[in-house]
Design a protein around this ligand. Structure first.
Ligand code: OGA
Ligand code: MN
Length: 291
């Protein structure tokens, strides 16, 4: 039965961005009213966390699909079994190793600020992570509000960056800017405006990140480097950042169009495992579900 009035309770996670959503069991059906409220809260808070959720893979796909095109892994009929086989091809962010070999993506330690898919022509609209194992300390995901970063720039800087575009490059094993071998032509790359207008809110935000933005197109490289570093430092100011302390069974979704995220270091001796499903633009027919 569909609820006529929604029971959702939206609790802000702090002054920067983010809200916790209570009153939803994402393993059960939910109706259009709940979906509309989720989308409204998402536009307003940029990052949502629904705590205490027991989610199968399909439940997470259903949640991701509330916000756009869920990048579901297509499993062959013989993979649609039970248990482990059912999970083949599903993306985990984890430091778990089997026989010394990594079994997941983005395995260890600290990771600099970035926005998922900014190295693609059509970046991911959003990303969902569902926490399975979290370390006893560290491993928080930090989220930076790029609307506020733009709004608080000096007017002269706003004028200086207006109409500028940047080159974005991503090397899958890089967690720090210096590790990217920029001259490698095989690396995935794209060009995007430095200032973007969010299609749902109409608000302007900065669009750049320390991990993936290499240079401003048409600007002297040294000058670009100085300006980008100023902008990175500005966009990462603690007053624009919320650090999410994960609990098992949290599901979090963030908007890659107006936030950056980074990860704090955590003890390599402890297990961290999250299941990851991205949300693509509905018109994006390229293969989603990567980084
Ligand atoms: C990601 C990501 C950060 C984290 O999944 O895209 O950057 O905290 N994860 O694991
Ligand atoms: Mn990421």
């Amino acid at each position: 039965m569909q609820l006529a009035t929604s029971q959702l309770k939206i609790e802000p996670m702090g002054p920067v961005l983010g809200a916790r959503v209570h009153g939803l069991d994402l393993s059960k059906p939910y109706g259009e009213e709940q979906k509309r409220e989720l989308r409204e809260a998402f536009a307003r808070y940029l990052v949502l966390c629904v705590p205490g959720q027991d989610l199968e893979y399909d439940d997470q796909v259903r949640f991701a699909a509330v916000f756009g095109k869920a990048d579901e892994k297509k499993l062959s009929p013989d993979e649609k079994g039970q248990g482990k086989a059912r999970e083949r091809g599903v993306m985990y962010v984890t430091n778990i190793r089997e026989n010394g070999k990594q079994v997941g993506s983005l395995p260890d330690g600290e990771m600099q600020f970035h926005s998922d898919g900014s190295h693609r022509d059509i970046p991911y609209r959003a990303t969902t992570l569902w926490a399975i194992h979290v370390p006893s300390r560290g491993g928080e995901t930090k989220f930076a509000n790029l609307y506020t970063a733009y709004d608080t720039l000096p007017e002269a800087t706003k004028r200086r960056i207006e109409g500028k575009q940047c080159k974005f490059i991503y090397q899958v094993d890089a967690t720090f800017r210096e590790q990217t071998r920029e001259d490698d032509p095989s690396l995935s790359n794209a060009v995007h405006p430095l200032v973007k207008v969010h299609p749902d809110t109409g608000r302007k935000s900065l669009y750049l990140s320390r991990l993936m933005t290499r240079y401003i197109i048409g600007m002297d490289r040294a000058e670009s480097e100085v300006l980008l570093n100023e902008l990175f430092d500005h966009a990462e100011k603690p007053e624009f950042v919320y650090a999410h302390p994960w609990k098992p069974k949290d599901i979090v979704i963030w908007d890659n169009r107006c936030t950056n995220h980074a990860r704090n270091d955590f003890p390599a001796s402890e297990v961290r495992q999250l299941r990851r499903i991205t949300v693509s633009e509905p018109g994006d027919m390229s293969k989603g579900g990567g980084y």
